[in-house]
Write a protein that binds this ligand. Structure first.
Ligand SMILES: Cc1cc2nc3c(=O)[nH]c(=O)nc-3n(C[C@H](O)[C@H](O)[C@H](O)COP(=O)(O)OP(=O)(O)OC[C@H]3O[C@@H](n4cnc5c(N)ncnc54)[C@H](O)[C@@H]3O)c2cc1C
Length: 441
């Protein structure tokens, strides 16, 4: 890449967020470059899994990449023999996104660079992005779409090959295979969607040992059902500004229409409800209500819920609410002591591996991404008020910089519900519009 050429837009991160901004810009005739160092451009973390047991956690009918063509993915799913109501394999959705990316690169307006971005600094009216091969990309606008940050490493077993901190990496896959051949027990730290993926991977690999999944509250995602439609709530019937009042209202409405219907009925209002909460209330929600909200709002396919239920009934899977007290590694076994919630009793378990399923990093200041670390250190980006993502304005522009935007999970402090496809595709379209306006194209 020539360093003297200034492109209109550089996008860092080629998951769903970055791919969709790039594709939206290409449709507008705006040249852009998409930089992704993982070899997964067009898939990102969620849709690069090769495991057939990993299915979408929503139905095909809500997964279009394009807000202006909501049937786009349904047509693809149907052409491949599925229906709009299916929870299709995530790798199938990954193929769909690769096709969206290819369509955009075929226009000649989108160039893909499969490198890691190490640094970005203002340069004239725009930005210079330093790549890990020593090359530089110059662009008038910068989009940060680097997704969720990997989890905080577990505080045990720093040098142990039995404590796996990246649940999506090669080490985890090797551990699943090893476990399938030995049928030894495994401890998953966390009980959310990442733990569900690990359970499905282990089962598909043929593991028949015991799986213990542990988190403070022991809440596992609930399943979808077929028998409800989201409630239609008017904005002014929902209490704004106070978590406790909103919670009581949600419980009351759940009792009337069913919790799934009530939770999904809040979705169109979620950004406004979140932004109406004062900081202290947002903190209260993040501290106390979030585990419940995540388990009920980010649900799993009914067949996956049934599978977990069966594994629990067979004694192969145990979900524990509790806290780990200590971990000792002896002769390739992890001896783990944990206290169950609400009791002083300490349980002991012996596991071949511990897998970190605690979910994305909670504090953006602790990121290990070089590019993001540099931007934060130079004041070109700053944490939002909760410290969970970047401070952005109502157009997703990064506070502290000009001509810089952030996407998806990197903006969750402002929007909260901005991690799923239906939210991100709308944000990608808005950001592309805003860039077009800013650059006067
Ligand atoms: C396991 C899983 C399952 C999900 N299932 C669903 C679902 O069924 N339905 C739904 O609506 N949502 C689902 N989601 C949520 C949602 O789709 C994702 O959160 C969303 O795709 C986020 O995409 P992203 O592009 O922002 O981030 P990511 O997918 O994380 O992509 C970011 C990319 O940026 C790259 N990158 C990072 N730093 C740099 C750098 N410095 N230089 C170059 N490249 C860099 C990374 O390698 C990565 O490829 C799921 C999420 C996960 C994790």
């Amino acid at each position: 890449m020539k360093s003297d050429r200034v492109l209109p837009v550089a996008i860092v991160g080629g998951g769903f967020s970055g791919t969709m901004v790039a594709a939206q810009l290409a449709r507008k005739g705006i040249e852009n470059v998409l930089i992704d160092g993982s070899g997964r451009a067009g898939h990102g973390v969620a849709y690069s899994t090769k495991e057939p047991a990993h299915v979408l956690n929503v139905r095909a009918e809500v997964m279009s990449a394009w807000p202006e063509d909501l049937e786009h993915f349904v047509k693809v799913a149907e052409a491949e023999g599925g229906t709009r109501r299916d929870f299709v394999q995530r790798r199938q959705f990954g193929r769909y996104l690769r096709a969206v990316l290819k369509e955009a690169t075929d226009t000649g307006l989108l160039q893909l660079i499969e490198r890691q971005a190490l640094e970005a600094e203002p340069n004239g009216d725009g930005w210079s992005v330093q790549l890990d091969n020593g090359e530089q990309v110059r662009a008038s606008a910068l989009v940060l779409a680097i997704g969720n940050q990997p989890p905080e490493p577990l505080p045990w077993g720093h040098d142990s090959s039995r404590v796996i901190n990246n649940p999506w990496g090669g080490e985890a896959l090797a551990a699943f295979e090893d476990l399938a051949s030995t049928n030894e027990d495994v401890l998953l730290v966390g009980t959310g969607l990442t733990a569900v993926d690990a359970i499905l991977s282990l089962d598909a690999a043929g593991h028949r040992g015991r799986i213990v999944a542990l988190s403070r509250r022991g809440l596992i995602p609930r399943g979808h059902t077929n028998d409800f439609v989201p409630a239609k709530f008017e904005a002014d019937e929902m209490p704004h500004g106070h978590v406790g009042t909103l919670w009581r209202w949600l419980r009351k409405r759940s009792a009337e229409v069913g919790w799934r219907s009530a939770v999904d009925g809040m979705r169109p209002h979620s950004h406004r409800l979140w932004q109406a909460l004062p900081l202290e209330e947002q903190k209260r929600f993040a501290r106390h209500a979030r585990p419940w909200w995540d388990a009920h709002r980010h649900r799993i396919a009914p067949e996956v819920a049934q599978q977990l239920h069966d594994m629990i009934a067979e004694g192969r899977l145990e979900i524990v609410a509790g806290r780990i007290q200590g971990v000792d590694e002896t002769e390739h076994v992890l001896a783990v002591s944990y206290r169950r919630r609400g009791t002083p009793r300490i349980s002991e378990g012996r596991f071949a591996y511990m897998i970190n399923c605690t979910g994305p990093l909670g504090s953006i200041a602790r990121t290990r991404d070089e590019l993001l670390k540099g931007l934060l250190a130079d004041g070109l980006a700053k944490p939002d008020q909760l410290g969970i993502a970047l401070d952005v304005d109502e157009r997703s522009r990064v506070a502290g910089s000009s001509r810089a935007w952030a996407m998806g999970p990197l903006t969750k402090g402002r929007y909260w519900e901005i991690i799923a496809v239906p939210d991100i595709r709308g944000q990608a379209a808005s950001v592309a519009d805003d860039i077009q306006m800013e650059l006067g194209r």
